[in-house]
Write a protein that binds this ligand. Structure first.
Ligand code: CTP
Ligand code: MG
Length: 235
């Protein structure tokens, strides 16, 4: 089945601080979104990229994509995003024609994901998994707390899940298209990743190995790391 990639890029990037919408911020001179689109289009399996642009940004995003040519095998479409990431993904998914049996959902904020990770996700979906997430073991121990009401106040620790059983999940997450469409139609509460909606349908979700370079650019220090990784690649 042909593969489409939906790239939600409509967030403002509040945690990154003031400036342009996060996906349009430059990394070594090129907008983060362009790096992300090229990382997905690097897979020879991906034949359509749907970019979910900031609400006031589709025109700017279209001209950016025209200026940074994709491989000839790859089409692109730009649609305006929504209030939440989930809504933005649903709007992007609605722009994927039904012949695309496999859909990847990839954060524009993970501009440096290696093509081998993209291909591993696609392969696992093609092998029959309805939902696939790249995942990495954690470096830090994780505590569950009773969240404080004022920022900075001490928070009581409730539990410490066994670190060896925990994984940090990345994108692209890969789906059988019909499964992802059904998940979006069925699940109404807020989620922070797409695969959890498939879990709620009672369907199996599997992991493949993630990659350190697929980290999410979230806070200012992440920009320093992303530019260093690009410099090491000589980009
Ligand atoms: N996203 C989106 N539409 C939204 C919110 C987020 O398309 N309404 C996208 C972001 O552009 C990003 C991805 O979802 O590529 C992951 O979200 P996150 O890293 O949280 O980005 P932001 O929401 O932009 O950042 P913040 O939460 O710090 O504001
Ligand atoms: Mg966010």
């Amino acid at each position: 089945a042909p593969v489409a990639a939906v790239i939600p890029a409509a967030g403002r990037g509040v945690r990154l601080g003031p400036g342009a919408p996060k996906a349009l911020r430059a990394l070594n001179g090129t907008p983060m979104l362009i790096h992300a689109v090229h990382s997905l289009a690097a897979s020879r399996h991906v034949s359509l990229v749907v970019v979910v642009a900031p609400v006031d940004g589709p025109t700017e995003v279209k001209s950016l994509l025209d200026a940074h040519a994709l491989p000839e095998r790859t089409d692109f479409v730009v649609v305006p995003g929504g209030e939440s990431r989930q809504e933005s993904v649903a709007l992007g998914l609605a722009a994927v024609p039904p012949e695309y049996g496999v859909v990847l959902v990839h954060d524009a904020a993970r501009p440096l994901v290696p093509v081998d990770t993209v291909d591993a996700v696609i392969e696992a979906v093609r092998d029959g998994a309805p939902a696939v997430v790249p995942a990495l073991p954690l470096a830090d121990t994780v505590k569950e707390v009773e969240p404080a009401t004022e920022p900075g106040a001490p928070e009581p620790v409730v539990a410490t899940p066994e670190r060896a059983r925990l994984r940090a999940v990345q994108t692209p997450q890969g789906f059988d298209r019909a499964t992802l469409v059904r998940a979006h139609e069925t699940v109404t509460e807020d989620v922070t990743d797409d695969a959890s909606m498939v879990e709620q349908l009672g369907l199996p979700v599997v992991t493949v190995p993630g990659h350190e370079e697929a980290f999410k650019v979230t806070r200012p220090l992440d920009l320093v790391l992303a530019e260093a990784v690009l410099a090491r690649r000589r980009l």
